[in-house]
Write a protein that binds this ligand. Structure first.
Ligand SMILES: Nc1ncnc2c1ncn2[C@@H]1O[C@H](COP(=O)(O)OP(=O)(O)OP(=O)(O)O)[C@@H](O)[C@H]1O
Length: 205
């Protein structure tokens, strides 16, 4: 089942084209890596799929709706590069926020899988950057979204925690989530079902 459809997307910022005529269809339950050099447009495409921006031209659809109209983390959730946690709230409160807003329970295994159990009750602002990144990853996955858009999820992690994250990504995809990961990390590329590459804003398969 197609979850994400990007059709003829060109995106321009400050007069400069960042994405050129991008077409992409992605199905449920897959782990797909979006690879490419720094500045190739990965974060921009992530933001378009997550619906936080609208393309200059072309269409981005998620679960048959324009991505920017979805606004539902059970459908499309984002782990942004800038994590956007509430510093005063605990790790568990931050990660569980999308579930609490919808009155849904939190998967009791999710925090343990990401090595967050021991710090669940600590204010997010008093945790390391790697811990904050795993908290924001848990927040993106907590509702088991149709698509989880994860921008560099291993960027601040040591090898041991990278392994926890790889397991978590695989578990989410097996449960039916389309896991779309922007990364240059070969360890993620090695476990992906598919890798699509951006080069200067153009998609190369
Ligand atoms: N708000 C903006 N205004 C103008 N140009 C921008 C803006 N945001 C991004 N860009 C430019 O668009 C291009 C693509 O940026 P993007 O952040 O999507 O790349 P990326 O592949 O995610 O890079 P990285 O791996 O370094 O995060 C870059 O040249 C960047 O400078």
């Amino acid at each position: 089942m197609t979850i994400v459809e990007v059709a003829g997307v060109t995106h321009t910022r400050a007069g400069v084209a960042i994405l050129h005529d991008v077409d992409l269809r992605l199905d449920a339950g897959r782990l797909v890596v979006l690879a490419g050099r720094s500045g190739s447009g990965k974060s921009t495409l992530c933001h378009l799929v997550a619906g936080v921006m609208r393309p200059t031209s072309g269409a981005v659809r998620v679960a048959d709706r324009p991505a920017d109209r979805v606004r539902d983390w059970a459908v499309a959730a984002l782990l942004p590069q800038r994590l956007a946690l509430a510093a005063e709230m605990t790790v568990a409160e931050n990660a569980g926020l999308p579930a609490r807003l919808r009155g849904r329970p939190v998967d009791p295994d999710l925090f343990g899988r990401l090595g967050l159990d021991a710090i669940a009750d600590r204010a997010a602002g008093a945790t390391s950057l790697g811990e904050q990144q795993r908290t924001a990853l848990a927040r993106a996955l907590v509702l088991g979204p149709a698509v989880a858009v994860l921008d560099e999820p291993t960027g601040h992690q040591d090898d041991e925690h990278v392994d926890l994250i790889l397991d978590t990504l695989t578990t989410a995809a097996t449960a039916g989530t389309l896991v779309l990961v922007a990364t240059h990390d070969q360890r993620v590329i090695d476990i992906a079902d598919e890798t699509v590459r951006l080069r200067s804003g153009r998609l190369v398969r």
